[in-house]
Design a protein around this ligand. Structure first.
Ligand code: G3I
Length: 480
């Protein structure tokens, strides 16, 4: 009798254990696989964030997706100088305050963007003519803004886009009037105003090791050696499909080794539109690579995508014919790239579907515009950096004519099969050897006697000769 009871008990206990194990493993598996970007990244000790635009907050489905998926945010425009101090000493923090309050009520981390930048700068700042006056204005701006948001911002982009592609300092009012010291002056002012906020220098095209990232690296090294406050480097990561730098992770790590945090601050991966399914698959691979690189570097603690979905991205407005750069589509439905990122954040190694076809290249260039009477130009085309298979350039267009240029289109032909892989401060098409670069919204106007520049990276083999003929709006330019 006792034996029969024991036998039954022995049988009942393992069955109960089995059931418990099955139910609990199901539960824990579900619990581990987070279902939003923010939660999945949090489990990895990272913040997954999105840039937000105040005028879209409250609209749906934008806000629904933003609130559900992201654990942090960066105001896209509302903390920039033209909004926060449109005239000297007169501050307007209302648009940014609204975002901060929304973010706080959703427990989001907030990146402050940006205190000192050459763009979206009000005219009164550019019109200051003495270095001491500009320094005073800059310090006051930084101090007032950082003080206003004291305790609410975890990382500030103190200085944005301070370098040219060749690693020299970008010409801007601060550089030109205050000199090299303006960057450290801004960092010191920010530290004094909120000692608990982390301070970043932020830039684009520094994701791989190149002349520009080397310059930022040297600046961080210098600041660290002299005790100038700096806590972080922001890698904007405005990337092109199929072109995530192969040394992205190594580059993040070398900065982290200097003792700063590294953050991916404005991630998007653009492609020609309408998007091909091959490119959308490649984009999923590319996003996975970026997120994998960040997860592999312990000091990489934030990934911010520059917009919620393709419908609100800045890309189509700046690069006509390109877009589809974000994780949600025009209707805010998740894309392949979203699934890939979620999978990587959840610890999966997958999320990297193989492209089925070669990514589509750029469309056929449209004809250049009709020459304007009195139009004349010169072009300086400089190879700033060249390595096996790749090169970087800076191209300057000078308006040597007698009338202001209000939009431009520069055409040339490559002689040796060069292919542009990434271009900034312009929008381009390449068809075979023919290239046309057109202005973007902020650099279409070139005053008489003035100039504008754009740059690009390209691939080459054998010979990399400089083009000999450039046509600006149909007019042949001199070589400068
Ligand atoms: O608010 C006005 C609106 O009233 C007007 O009707 C409309 C007409 O064009 O313009 C609106 O302002 C636009 C503003 O974005 C808000 O949408 C500006 O024209 C437009 O130039 C501005 O673009 C911003 C851009 O910075 C300016 O350089 C983008 O939204 C913003 O996403 C972008 O962000 C930058 C980062 O700060 C730094 N890194 C590069 C990144 C992309 O350019």
């Amino acid at each position: 009798m006792f034996c029969r009871v024991l036998h039954k008990r022995v049988f009942i206990i393992p069955l109960g254990l089995l059931l418990f194990t099955a139910i609990s493993s199901l539960f824990f598996t579900r619990a581990l696989a987070a279902t939003t970007l923010g939660a999945a990244a949090a489990a990895q000790g990272r913040v997954f964030a999105a840039a937000v635009e105040g005028n879209r907050l409250g609209t749906t489905p934008y806000t629904t997706v933003f609130d559900r998926e992201f654990a942090g945010t960066t105001p896209g425009n509302e903390m920039k100088w033209d909004t926060t101090e449109p005239s000297r000493g007169s501050f307007n923090f209302a648009p940014a305050d609204a975002i901060v309050s929304h973010a706080q009520s959703h427990s989001m981390k907030i990146r402050g963007h940006t205190l000192v930048w050459y763009s979206q700068l009000p005219g009164w700042v550019s019109n200051i003519s003495s270095g001491s006056d500009l320094l005073q204005a800059m310090n006051n701006h930084v101090t007032t803004e950082v003080t206003h948001f004291q305790g609410k911002i975890w990382y500030w982009d103190v200085v944005n886009e301070a370098f040219n592609e060749d690693g020299t300092r970008r010409s801007n009012p601060f550089q030109n009037l205050i000199g090299n010291a303006y960057i450290e002056d801004a960092f010191r002012a920010a530290r004094a105003a909120d000692p608990n906020a982390k301070l970043c220098i932020n830039d684009y095209n520094i994701e791989g090791q190149n002349a520009k990232s080397n310059a930022v690296y040297a600046l961080v090294q210098d600041f660290k050696s002299r005790g100038v406050p700096i806590d972080c480097v922001g890698f904007q990561a405005h990337l092109i499909v199929g072109q995530v730098p192969s040394d992205f992770q190594a580059n993040l790590q070398r900065f982290a080794n200097l003792g700063v945090d590294v953050q991916i601050t404005e991630l998007d991966i653009r492609m020609p539109t309408p998007a091909s399914s091959a490119n959308l698959q490649q984009q999923a691979t590319d996003y996975s690579r970026v997120v994998t690189a960040c997860l592999a570097v312990s000091r990489c603690n934030d990934i911010t995508v520059w917009g919620v979905g393709d419908a609100d991205s800045w890309i189509p407005g700046f690069f006509p014919g390109q877009g589809a750069a974000l994780l949600f589509d025009d209707n805010y439905n998740p894309k392949l790239a979203y699934n890939a990122v979620l999978q990587v954040l959840n610890g999966g190694v997958g999320g990297t579907p193989t492209p089925t076809t070669t990514p589509t290249r750029t469309p056929t260039p449209s004809p250049t515009s009709t020459p304007i009477p009195g139009a004349a130009c010169s072009v300086h085309y400089a190879i700033t950096n060249q390595w096996a298979g790749g090169f970087g350039t800076n191209v300057t267009i000078n308006n040597t004519g007698s009338s202001t240029i209000t939009s431009w289109s520069l055409a040339w032909t490559f002689a040796n099969g060069q292919v542009i892989t990434q271009l900034w401060n312009g929008s381009y098409t390449q068809s075979g050897s023919s290239v046309i670069v057109t202005n973007v919204s902020y650099n279409g106007t070139i005053a008489v006697g003035g100039n504008t520049s754009f740059g690009f990276n390209g691939s080459w083999s054998g010979t990399n000769s400089i083009p000999t003929t450039f046509k600006l709006n149909g007019v042949t330019c001199n070589i400068a």
